[in-house]
Design a protein around this ligand. Structure first.
Ligand SMILES: CCCCCCCC/C=C\C=C\CC(=O)SCCNC(=O)CCNC(=O)[C@H](O)C(C)(C)COP(=O)(O)OP(=O)(O)OC[C@H]1O[C@@H](n2cnc3c(N)ncnc32)[C@H](O)[C@@H]1OP(=O)(O)O
Length: 280
């Protein structure tokens, strides 16, 4: 059975954890076939807070260091939402030190995911804007559930902010320069059929088949000898990652200057207010 391949690893935000005695990321070693599942669980929208980013990195590191694991399926435990992207409250009204710590954590997760030796398959079972889309773009393969609500893309410009160069590079490496340029400037969020057409995802399948499809794809990728696949992945991705590695501190300084501007703070606050008012 396909499900027998899977091991569970749940990433939760501390505030939603039950008793403090439970570890944050649960890594069970029951699996024999080397595939783990990382399920993002930070209700209500799986926003990527500093805590979630940190926990994600720790979980990945554990899996990388545990040689029984060769692949990870990245998916969501929040119905209808893969991830709402970076937690906007981490970028509003906080100190410079907080912004710097937050941005370093965003960089760290991107680098870990993008250069991972593991096979990463995104099982995208919900809407996936901005940072949520970025996570899926770092994976080796993307399976998206066929639901017209499940838009995916880098919509930063619609918030009045700019996708940093390494977000842009990740998109360009996936969909090509022209599609990326148009998508980034317009902040396009693609519905499934469009996302497939432009190459933002590799497969669109009925919602109840996302997980089983991700498992089948995983089996195909794991049939390739690890050393050859890993070196090839590195050849393809390292030049892009190195551009950030060489200037991580400068990138943090850009972010600090950018996010601290009154105009950017105002844009982010207005966007958050709009989200909050949607309900009432
Ligand atoms: C020159 C170069 C300089 C380089 C500088 C670089 C600068 C880069 C700066 C920023 C980069 C940002 C990347 C990002 O990822 S920004 C995040 C973008 N995300 C979005 O636009 C998604 C926003 N959310 C939604 O559209 C919806 O919430 C959705 C995910 C579709 C879910 O909808 P629904 O189920 O209806 O839920 P609600 O909208 O009611 O939301 C529930 C509560 O969650 C709050 N929320 C939603 N998204 C976020 C978020 N990303 N961060 C924090 N909080 C979020 C929302 O406000 C609701 O809160 P409350 O219950 O208090 O009302």
């Amino acid at each position: 059975m396909a499900q027998d391949l899977v091991d569970g690893l749940l990433i939760k935000a501390r505030s939603h954890l039950p008793p403090p005695s439970e570890p944050l990321g649960k890594l069970s070693k029951r699996d024999r076939k080397g595939v783990a599942v990382i399920k993002l669980k930070n209700p209500p929208v799986n926003s990527l807070s500093l805590e979630v980013l940190t926990e994600f990195v720790i979980s990945l590191e554990k899996l990388e260091n545990d040689k029984t694991f060769r692949g990870v399926i990245v998916t969501s435990d929040c119905p209808g939402i893969f991830s709402a992207g970076l937690d906007l409250t981490e970028m509003c009204g906080k100190s410079q030190a907080h912004y710097a710590e937050f941005w370093r954590a965003v960089q760290e997760l991107w680098l870990r995911l993008y250069l991972s030796n593991l096979v990463l398959i995104a099982a995208i079972n919900g809407v996936s804007p901005a940072g949520g889309c970025l996570i899926s773009l770092t994976c080796d393969y993307r399976v998206l559930a066929d639901n017209p609500k499940y838009n995916i893309g880098l919509n930063e410009t619609l918030l009045g902010v700019v996708a940093p160069s390494w977000f842009k590079d990740t998109l360009v490496n996936t969909v090509g320069h022209r599609t990326a340029e148009r998508a980034l400037q317009l902040g396009l969020l693609f519905p499934p059929a469009e996302a497939l057409r432009v190459g933002m995802v590799d497969q669109v399948v009925p919602e109840d088949q996302v997980h089983s499809t991700a498992l089948s794809v995983m089996a195909q990728w794991l049939a390739v000898p690890d050393h050859a696949r890993q070196l090839t992945k590195s050849l393809m991705r390292k030049p892009t990652a190195d551009r950030l590695v060489k200037q991580r501190d400068a990138d943090i300084q850009y972010f600090l200057q950018f996010v601290s501007r009154d105009s950017i703070q105002k844009s982010l606050r207005m966007y958050l207010d709009k989200l909050r008012q949607k309900k009432g």
